[in-house]
Write a protein that binds this ligand. Structure first.
Ligand code: ADP
Length: 267
């Protein structure tokens, strides 16, 4: 399995990614090579630069020539329409400020560069129906999104990126407003599109157990640098977690699956 993973093509390449807000350096010389079809979790303390890094990958913040490549091609050479097929984004909860029905919002995924008054095709309708059913938002498709709970809204936003069918999906803390049922449900759906369609998932996750469960590789950010990028065992270590999060914890092994679990010291 390892060999097969290594053969995968590089879909995102970050070369010396830097970013400053004013005089403050937020991202410092970040180099990352992300393979197509991987589930990448980005972890790290508050303020370490996770959201800023996603915004660079998405061209929401300024990028320099050849700072970021998608499929070996400079991000800056993609048109907006081309880029919508390459990458989609679930921003951090609360950043969306839109007043449409659930179905309208999911349909935007079919048309991310606007034309929302354009007729959608039969195919678009079918795709939108499928992803609404998959994410469990179909029952309230006619509601306005202002009438939804936080967790319901989050699932609508996730349905929208699934409808967009981009090669990479970036998600900023996608499960932090969901109950435990939907936390697992959404990560399972993302894992399934990864496996079935070789979609690359790049998700900021705070729950280390979820990161351990679903990631192929983990990026650990600390103060704007990559503290570690690698397999789960290389990143979730006593030394690194203690250094970066300043907490103590135990790693437990599941008696049946042999998988590792993270148990913080709450005292
Ligand atoms: P994370 O997602 O890891 O919590 P962020 O990428 O949101 O971190 O933020 C990284 C740093 O950049 C923080 O110190 C934050 O205060 C700063 N920052 C974020 N957005 C802005 C902004 N618009 N202006 C100035 N500083 C910002």
């Amino acid at each position: 399995i390892k060999k097969e993973k290594n053969r995968k093509e590089s879909i995102i390449e970050g070369n010396n990614i830097n970013f400053k807000y004013g005089d403050t350096e937020i991202l410092k010389n970040i180099n990352l090579d992300i393979k197509e079809g991987n589930f990448i979790s980005i972890i790290g303390p508050n303020g370490s630069g996770k959201t800023t890094l996603l915004k660079k990958f998405l061209k929401i913040l300024n990028v320099k020539k050849n700072e970021i490549l998608y499929l070996n091609k400079d991000l800056l050479s993609y048109s907006n329409i081309e880029f919508a097929k390459m990458a989609s984004y679930v921003p951090q909860f609360g950043e969306q400020n839109i007043f449409f029905s659930v179905e309208d919002v999911v349909m935007f995924g079919r048309n991310p560069y606007l034309k929302r008054f354009q007729e959608e095709s039969i195919d678009d309708k079918k795709i939108v129906e499928d992803v609404m059913k998959l994410t469990g938002v179909w029952e309230f498709r006619d509601k306005y999104i202002t009438e939804l709970s936080g967790g319901e809204l989050q699932r609508v936003i996730i349905a929208r990126v699934l409808a967009q069918e981009s090669k990479v999906i970036f998600l900023d803390e996608p499960i932090s407003h969901l109950d435990i049922h939907y936390q697992i449900e959404i990560l399972k759906i993302l894992n399934k599109v990864k496996k079935d369609k070789s979609i690359t998932i790049v998700a900021v996750l705070h729950d280390l157990n979820m990161a351990i469960e679903y990631s192929d590789k983990i990026v650990m950010l600390n103060n704007g640098i990559v503290e570690k990028y690698g397999d789960i065992d290389e990143v979730i270590t006593k030394e690194l977690i203690k250094k970066v999060y300043k907490i103590n914890f135990e790693i437990l092994t599941h008696p049946k699956t042999g998988k590792k679990y993270f148990l913080p010291d709450y005292k």
